[in-house]
Write a protein that binds this ligand. Structure first.
Ligand code: AMP
Ligand code: TRP
Length: 330
């Protein structure tokens, strides 16, 4: 075994992936696989913490894995698996729940944000409350050094550290204490219909490009993207947030520096620029969608998941049996 550091991350199969996820997260993620020993899993148990339709969960899971494979996540380099295929996650999750306290779970801002809208405390699902204890188990099972996450998940990784340190000092050294990595190099993509807001599943249909949507719709969304007053294609996030957002998208997908794109569109209008952006995005998504279709019809997904689960189980089993001994279950 070489001495690469170990990195682990989970992705929840809720909702459809957007161009923002692609540029801001997936592409960065692929870059890590050569540098680290990577574990990537589909956090399907986490998807159950808020009500979700079974058919939708199944479809999201399949789409998510296919998109990752289509984007270049390589199962010969990365342990790629589904959380529910490795039963140790739920088991260590229970132990971590027993080793956490109500106060620390209650302080999680994601819990507070998500439940603030639910009103009645009595009907808040318990899963959303104990979710961070399961997330801690996901990470601690594999002795991960680093956990790349969006800023909203940083607090959960910090809780994981606290739980690991507490367990280690109570029962003797058992878990590696992980560090969160917050990607800062991924560009932030904003909504096409409201360029002051982040592009997201919950923003607006019109402003959000979904990776697997019909590309005639994508083209329409880009052609009708909100632009700014004036007519020059220049990067200026204060006065021209719409055009700046399109420049960011174009630059991220072509690797062309923004000032070169500006030069290319000097003295040309917004219409021509938008058409060029639409061409670039549609070409990229067309290639992605073609690969996704190939992957979905090839039967490879089942094989990848099966192998991934078997590799992950090797580590998970060892760690859980150590924990069971320490706490007195064995
Ligand atoms: P989410 O879909 O919000 O759970 O985010 C999953 C990952 O995608 C996180 O790493 C986010 O930072 C990234 N991401 C989501 N939306 C965007 C966006 N509009 N621009 C850049 N990155 C994004
Ligand atoms: N909670 C994460 C999210 O909502 C997903 C997740 C679950 C995760 N388990 C994890 C991320 C372990 C990193 C490590 O995005």
């Amino acid at each position: 075994m070489d001495n690469k550091k170990r990195m682990l991350s989970g992705i929840k199969p809720t909702g459809k992936l957007t161009l923002g996820n692609y540029i801001g997260a997936i592409k960065q993620f692929i870059a890590y696989q050569d540098e680290y020993e990577m574990f990537v899993f589909i956090a399907d148990l986490h998807a159950l913490t808020l009500p979700i339709d079974a058919k939708e969960l199944r479809q999201n899971t399949k789409d998510l894995i296919s998109i990752y494979l289509a984007c270049g996540l390589d199962p010969s380099k990365v342990v790629l698996f589904k959380q529910s295929d490795v039963h140790e996650h739920a088991e260590l999750g229970y132990i971590m729940t027993c080793n956490s306290n109500m106060g620390e779970l209650f302080r999680m801002t994601q819990y507070k944000d998500k439940t603030a809208k639910m009103g009645n405390n009595e009907s808040i699902p318990t899963g959303i409350y104990i979710y961070p204890a399961l997330m801690a188990a996901d990470i601690l099972l594999y002795d991960a050094d680093y956990v790349p996450v969006g800023i909203d998940q940083k607090q959960h990784v910090e809780l994981t550290r606290d739980l690991a340190i507490r367990f280690n000092s109570h029962y003797s050294d058992t878990f590696k204490v992980p560090e969160p990595i917050i990607a800062t190099n991924g560009a932030k993509i904003n909504s096409l219909s409201n360029p002051l807001k982040k592009m997201s599943k919950s923003e607006s249909e019109k402003g959000t490009v979904y990776l697997l949507e019909d590309l005639t719709i994508t083209r329409k969304k880009i052609m009708s993207a909100v632009t700014d007053s004036g007519s020059e294609v220049v990067y200026d996030t204060i006065n021209k947030p719409g055009i700046s957002n399109l420049l960011t998208i174009m630059s991220s997908l072509t690797n062309m520096p923004i000032n070169e794109i500006e030069k290319q569109f000097e003295n040309k209008g917004y219409g021509e620029f938008k058409k060029a952006v639409a061409d670039v995005v549609c070409k990229e998504l067309n290639d992605l969608q073609t690969k996704v279709k190939e992957i979905q019809s090839s039967g490879i997904i089942e094989k990848v998941l099966e192998e991934g689960a078997s590799k992950a189980s090797y580590y998970a089993r060892k760690k859980l049996s150590k924990v069971y001994r320490k706490v007195g279950l064995r």
